[in-house]
Design a binder for this molecule. Structure first.
Ligand code: C5P
Length: 404
C-alpha cells in the first residue's frame, strides 16, 4: 500500500512517543520508508539511537545539525516527503503550528513544507479539552492539517477521556487512506487482467468437499491494486473468506474445473495472475446423495483424479491467445529458491512469486508474507511485507510490463 512512499515522521514529546517505533515498523512493512525527526522533549521518551536503528536513517533532532543542513537542509527535508506524519503530536507542537512558530527542526519543517500533514494528537484529557487547544485544532483543520485520533481511554496520568494516541495500526490505516484518496493515475486503463484467487472446493457428496485454507487475501489485494491503476480486472475466485475486491468483475466458482472454464471464458487478456490455491485433485465421481455412515461399515474410499493446471495451460497457449504477461505463485515448504526456479520453468510463466508457507510462518491466512520474485532476469528477494504491499509492488511491475 505504501510502496515507494516516503514519510517524514515527526515525533514530539509525550509518554506515547515510544509508539513511533511500532509505527515506523508498520510503515516499512507496508512498503514505505520513514525519516524521523524528534523534538528535544521527544528524546527524553524515546532514544534517537533506537529510532535511527529501526528506521534505517539517522533520526534528526536539532535545527542546526550542520552536516545535515549542508547536505539537504530543512526545506528540502520537509518537501521531499510524500506525507508528513506527526505522532504523537503534543499540545505544544500543535500550538506552535497554529501560531506559525519555528524554533526547532520539527516546527521549522512543518512551517516550511508544502507537503500534506497528518497529525495524531496525544495529550492529557484536560489539555485536549482546553479552549486554546480547541482553537488551535480548528485553526489547523482550516489550514488543511488532517487528524487521526486521539482515542478515548485511561491516560498515563490516571485520568480518563480523549487524549490517547491513536493505535499505530489506526495511524497506518489513516496514512494508507490518504494515499488511496489521492487522485490515482490510471496507467493500466485499457488493459484487461485476469486474477484467480482463493481455494477451490471439490465435492465428495452434496455436503462434503475437499478444500484448503487459502484466505484469498493476496489475490484480493492484487486485484484491487490493479483495478486502482485503471485495469479491467476479472476476478475469478473460489469460496474465500476475504471480501470481494473493489472495482473488479467478480466470477465466483467452486471447483477447479469451473475456475478453468471461467478463466478460459475471460480470455483474451493482456495479463493473468494466478493466485488461487487450486485443488490438485478432485473426486472421480462425487456421490449424488449424502454418503451414509452406516453401522459397522468401513469408511468410503475416495478415488481422486488430477485437476487441470490452469496456470500451465494458459501459459502454454500459442502466441496471440496467450496473455502477454502470465504470473504464477508458489507456496513451498523449504528449499524455496530451487523449487521456485524449477516451478517457473515447468509452468512456463513469465514471473513467479514464491513464498515459504512452512508451519508457523503464519502466511496462509495471515496479512503478512515474504516473497521471492523470479523472472527471466533472475531473482529479487522482497523480504517480509504485508500482502497489500506485495500487491502494490506487483501492480507497479505489471504497469511497467504492460505499459505502452
Ligand atoms: O503447482 P502448484 O500448485 O504449486 O502451483 C502454484 C501456481 O499454479 C499458482 O499460481 C496456482 O494458482 C497455479 N495453479 C493453477 N492450477 C492448478 C494448480 C496450480 O492455476 N491446478
Amino acid at each position: 500500500m505504501l510502496a515507494g512512499k516516503h514519510i517524514l515522521l515527526i515525533v514530539s514529546g509525550g509518554i506515547a512517543a515510544y509508539k513511533a517505533i511500532e509505527l515506523i515498523r508498520l510503515i516499512q512493512k507496508a512498503g514505505g520508508t520513514a525519516q524521523a525527526i524528534l523534538t528535544e522533549s521527544a528524546t527524553h521518551f524515546v532514544s534517537p539511537l533506537t529510532v535511527s536503528a529501526i528506521s534505517g536513517r539517522p533520526a534528526l533532532t536539532a535545527l542546526f545539525d550542520l552536516t545535515r543542513e549542508t547536505e539537504i537542509g530543512h526545506i528540502e527535508l520537509s518537501r521531499s516527503a510524500d506525507l508528513i506524519v506527526i505522532a504523537p503530536a503534543t499540545a505544544n507542537l500543535l500550538a506552535k503550528m497554529a501560531a506559525g512558530q519555528a524554533d526547532d527542526l520539527a516546527s521549522t519543517c512543518l512551517l516550511a513544507t508544502d507537503t500534506d500533514i497528518l497529525a495524531a494528537p496525544a495529550m492529557n484529557v484536560r489539555m485536549w479539552q482546553a479552549a486554546s487547544t480547541r482553537r488551535n485544532i480548528e485553526t489547523l483543520k482550516a489550514d488543511g492539517v488532517r487528524f487521526v485520533g486521539p482515542d478515548e481511554g485511561e491516560m498515563a496520568c490516571g485520568e480518563y477521556g480523549p487524549g490517547r494516541l491513536a493505535e499505530p495500526a489506526t495511524i497506518l490505516a489513516a496514512i494508507e487512506d490518504y494515499f488511496a484518496n489521492q487522485a490515482a493515475p490510471q496507467p493500466l486503463a485499457g488493459r484487461k487482467i485476469i486474477v484467480t484467487s482463493g481455494p477451490t472446493r471439490e465435492p465428495i457428496d452434496p455436503v462434503r468437499y475437499i478444500s484448503n485454507a487459502s484466505s484469498g487475501k493476496q489475490g484480493t489485494a492484487i486485484a484491487e491494486a490493479l483495478a486502482a491503476r485503471g485495469a479491467e480486472v476479472i476476478f475469478v475466485t473460489g469460496p474465500a473468506e476475504s471480501a470481494a475486491p473493489k472495482g473488479c468483475r467478480i466470477v465466483a466458482v467452486d471447483t477447479a474445473l469451473e475456475m478453468q472454464r471461467a478463466v478460459e471464458d475471460s480470455l483474451p487478456a493482456d495479463g493473468a495472475v494466478f493466485c488461487a490455491a487450486v485443488g490438485d485433485w478432485r473426486v472421480v465421481e462425487p456421490a449424488s446423495d449424502k454418503i451414509k455412515k452406516g453401522e459397522g461399515q468401513s469408511p468410503p474410499e475416495l478415488r481422486l483424479e488430477a485437476n487441470p493446471d490452469i496456470l500451465k495451460s494458459v501459459a502454454s497457449l500459442p502466441g496471440g491467445q496467450r496473455p502477454r504477461l502470465v504470473v504464477g505463485f508458489a507456496a513451498e515448504t523449504g528449499d524455496l529458491l530451487n523449487r521456485a526456479r524449477t516451478k517457473r520453468t515447468a509452468k512456463g510463466c513469465d514471473w513467479l512469486l514464491a513464498n515459504d508457507v512452512s508451519p508457523g510462518s503464519g502466511i496462509f491466512g495471515g496479512d503478512d508474507t515474504a516473497i521471492l520474485f523470479l523472472s527471466e532476469n533472475g531473482e529479487e528477494d522482497w523480504g517480509a511485507l504485508s500482502k497489500r504491499a506485495v500487491a502494490a509492488r506487483l501492480a507497479e511491475k505489471i504497469t511497467i510490463a504492460l505499459g505502452d
